[in-house]
Write a protein that binds this ligand. Structure first.
Ligand code: MG
Length: 243
């Protein structure tokens, strides 16, 4: 089912085959249905400070660190970099607004997929731009004994963040993986770009409002429309990526 996509990936990188050992998961919009809340919180925080920031923009910035997003908006509107103090203050405002919203539910299909990984002895690795403790704690609550601290990359581990390949390269290193031993699951264009630039096989799940083309153009190897669809097609995908 996925042979064509796999072969295109192998040819591009000059690898002889895939030997899938680990899946690197983004968190927001992949494991949790949290992007609506992030969009709402960014919009409220930024407009309260006089910035122009429509909700839809949050989906285009998704994956950047909070500080990175704040700096871009500062450059756009103030024509200068944000100071460290501004970055901290605005990100705290955004996080407080986010935490006041109803808690985001796990993405349908995510738990099932993680169970399938467990049965197949495939290691899950977390690679998120988020530094929000609330979501990281919820990760362990909803997916207990699944993601281990030493196999997590968060906003605290990175210097550049997505779309720089850095977070996925750190994830690859933490998992002690060759590139052809990993696969990424991402929903955001900047995340897909980061994963693809890191040289990893990248499955985009389009769980938000952006058109599919944005994810294809960012470098997705495979595009699906939900975590449920990925769970349903997991067996076929795994078999294809283990030969
Ligand atoms: Mg995401």
């Amino acid at each position: 089912m996925f042979e064509k996509e796999r072969d295109l990936y192998l040819n591009r990188h000059g690898f002889e085959g895939m030997h899938l050992k680990a899946v690197l998961f983004d968190m927001d919009g992949v494991l949790f249905d949290s992007m609506k809340n992030h969009a709402e919180a960014w919009h409220k925080a930024m407009t309260s400070l006089g910035f122009d920031f429509p909700k839809a923009e949050a989906y285009m910035h998704e994956g950047r660190t909070g500080a990175g997003t704040i700096n871009l908006i500062s450059q756009r509107q103030w024509h200068r970099d944000a100071t460290e103090e501004e970055k901290e203050r605005i990100y705290k405002l955004k996080s407080d607004l986010f935490n006041a919203l109803p808690t985001a539910e796990p993405m349908p299909g995510a738990w099932e997929l993680l169970q399938q990984l467990k049965e197949d002895s495939i290691t899950p690795i977390l690679v998120t731009g988020s530094g929000q403790q609330s979501l990281l704690e919820r990760l362990n609550k909803h997916f207990p004994d699944t993601f281990h601290q030493e196999l997590m990359v968060t906003a605290y581990d990175v210097k550049y963040g997505k779309p720089n390949p850095e977070p996925y390269l750190i994830g690859q290193k933490k998992g002690k993986l060759e590139k052809y031993e990993g696969m990424v699951v991402e929903n955001a264009p900047l995340g897909v770009e980061a994963a693809s630039k890191a040289g990893l096989f990248t499955v985009a799940v389009n769980t938000g409002p952006l058109p599919d083309d944005v994810l294809w153009n960012a470098g997705a190897d495979v595009l699906l429309h939900s975590m449920t669809e990925l769970s349903e097609k997991w067996e076929a995908l795994r078999e294809c990526l283990q030969q």
